[in-house]
Write a new protein. Sequence first.
Length: 262
Amino acid sequence: MTLFWIVLATTVAGILSITAAASLSLTILSRMVDKMVSLSVGVLLATALLHSLPEAFTTPDVDIPSLFMVLFAGLLGFFILEKAALLRHSHHHEHDGHGHHHGHDAESAGRSGWVILLGDGLHNFADGILIAAAFLVDPQIGVLTAVAIALHEIPQEVGDFIVLLNAGFTKARALLYNLISSMMAVVGGVLGYFFLDRAESLIPYVIVLASSSFIYIAVSDLMPQMHRRPKLKESIEQLTLIILGVGIVLLISEISHLSHGH
């Protein structure tokens, strides 16, 4: 019965956070994706650096040098993944005898979409383990944890949607891939139920790996796009939206901690 509740909670939490994020991203925000890239930078960096990484590094009995090694390996790994996609892409286009077609920039940017989905999948997997662990302590704590996680995921999922739309994904594809990625929480929940001791010790490492993808995308892909609009007015707008993104994550973190009873 506990396993049933874990699967139900991880599925519902995933679908709720995606639906809420999609309704924001695909309606209001999709008309101004270029502006929202700045908001996305704030959300992704704040999620990684102010929420996820501190959580991973303050886990009892965790080996901190190993976590730094995973963070370094993650950043380098995502760089290699993107490089491989880039090489394949440029090889496909070489000697094609004409200038790049209209959608070329979106296709090249599509690489960042896959990196963010991979990172998001890992993040959801870790969330699933956390929900399973909470249910095994007490079903009521399990429900509260699932609600807190769903709530906390919304700004990050909005950030992901903006990255995907900016990377040239259609709205339908962005929604579909985000839903598939959110189902990694179910996998984490089931694994957590059967192998909790081993699965729980994995959580900090999975969270650090997921965080490295958020940092990588924000710094290597989104920030360079923002530099292409160097006017003072646009720069002030970008900085304001980054700060707003950070503020949203901090506010939601605070609310989810209160609902946890911390």
